[in-house]
Design a protein around this ligand. Structure first.
Ligand SMILES: NC(=O)C1=CN([C@@H]2O[C@H](COP(=O)(O)OP(=O)(O)OC[C@H]3O[C@@H](n4cnc5c(N)ncnc54)[C@H](O)[C@@H]3O)[C@@H](O)[C@H]2O)C=CC1
Ligand SMILES: O=C([O-])CC(=O)C(=O)O
Length: 339
């Protein structure tokens, strides 16, 4: 069963909704690093059903054989392989077209995403050291928080290895888009499957900036609606963390978002023009080197950074406020690798 393809007004809207080489093979390989976790397992379930995937490679430090055995009994064409522990990481990622990384610890109530830095920074660094050597042409989609810092970490590792290509490393912000679309359609009674809301900036607190004025099909919001909806989207991750009360953060909605983003990358690899928001190295906004905006994706990853487009004064203020916060997060990531 394919992931549902939604239609929307413009090409960009349609792509954002669904989302568009590497190398790239006629038999795409997707690797999930952190495959046994709360996100990894349902993500594997969704990817196993994606007809674009020929080989689904599952890597974790624990429990991978069980997850792989379970998924391999599903009657879809993707072949599943299991890889456990650092000695098997190279085999897990070798030849991968797309690598999705949800490895790392999630938040508990009272924590910020930045509180995860001490544990997760080293995990992402170590995984990327191997990817940069063994699979430098893969498109790498980083879910692990704090995304605002883990993406710069990955970039520094690739630079050190001499295999950095800024078109190929992505911080996954798709869940912010998915949530915005859910909340807007709830509020406005629009068809959730056709509602498109771009989200720009980063993936933590005030750096998450839904561009409600660019909602498509067009809907209008009162200022009080905008002022209520915007912080709800920014704090939606915390809403889930608190509701799970110590049992982790968003996993199911994140798995959907991750599968949707991976499907976009796979379609782009095949030559389809796809537009999707993601956090990448970017000059879209002055004064900051990483920013999420709509991106045109193609066979080499990011083909074109589409920028934030026309924003309202309210949205511009949010963008301006995000810059110093993002710069702090980025500098912390860069320093972690480069000292
Ligand atoms: N970008 C986004 O929008 C979102 C990001 N997240 C982040 O995703 C990450 C994972 O969350 P969950 O799956 O809920 O956590 P989890 O704890 O349920 O699963 C994490 C998995 O990573 C594995 N792992 C730990 N160290 C590893 C290593 N060195 N190599 C490979 N695997 C390793 C663990 O064994 C575990 O199976 C967290 O950092 C969380 O904050 C969560 C939701 C949304
Ligand atoms: O809030 C968290 O810690 C997990 C996350 O990034 C999200 O759900 O957006």
């Amino acid at each position: 069963m394919a992931l549902p393809v939604k239609s929307a007004g413009s090409v960009m809207s349609a792509s954002l909704r669904l989302v568009a080489v590497r190398n790239s093979s006629s038999k795409p390989k997707v690797a999930v690093l952190g495959a046994s976790g709360g996100i990894g397992q349902p993500l594997g379930l969704l990817l196993k059903q994606d007809p674009l995937i020929a080989h689904l490679s599952l890597y974790d430090v624990v429990n991978t054989p069980g997850v792989a055995a379970d998924l391999s009994h599903i009657d879809s064409n993707a072949k599943v392989s299991a890889h456990t522990g650092p000695a098997e990481l190279a085999a897990a990622v070798e030849g991968a077209d797309v690598i999705v990384i949800p490895a790392g610890v999630p938040r508990k109530p009272g924590m910020t995403r930045d509180d995860l830095f001490n544990t997760n920074a080293g995990i992402v660094r170590d995984l990327c050291q191997t990817i940069a050597k063994v699979a430098p042409k893969a498109l790498v989609a980083i879910i692990t928080n704090p995304v605002n810092s883990t993406v710069p970490i990955a970039v520094e590792v690739f630079k050190k290895a001499g295999s950095y290509d800024k078109r190929r490393i992505f911080g996954v912000t798709t869940l912010d888009v998915v949530r915005s679309q859910a909340f807007v359609s709830d509020l406005k009674g629009t068809d959730a499957s056709k509602t498109v809301v771009p989200v720009v900036g980063g993936h933590a607190g005030i750096t998450i900036i839904p561009l409600l004025s660019q909602t498509s099909p067009k809907v209008s919001f009162t200022q009080p609606e905008i002022e209520k909806l915007t912080p709800r989207i920014q704090d939606a991750g915390t809403e889930v963390v608190n509701a799970k009360a110590g049992a982790g953060s968003a996993t199911l909605s994140m798995a959907l978002a991750g599968a949707r983003f991976a499907n976009s990358l796979l379609r782009a690899l095949k030559g389809e023009k796809v537009v999707q928001c993601a956090y990448v190295e970017s000059e879209a906004v002055k004064g900051v080197n990483f920013f999420s905006t709509p991106l045109e994706l193609g066979p080499n990853g990011v083909e074109k950074i589409l920028g934030v487009g026309k924003v309202t004064p309210f949205e511009q203020k949010l963008i301006d406020a995000s810059v110093p916060e993002l710069n702090k997060n980025i500098a912390k990531g860069v320093k972690f690798v480069s000292g």
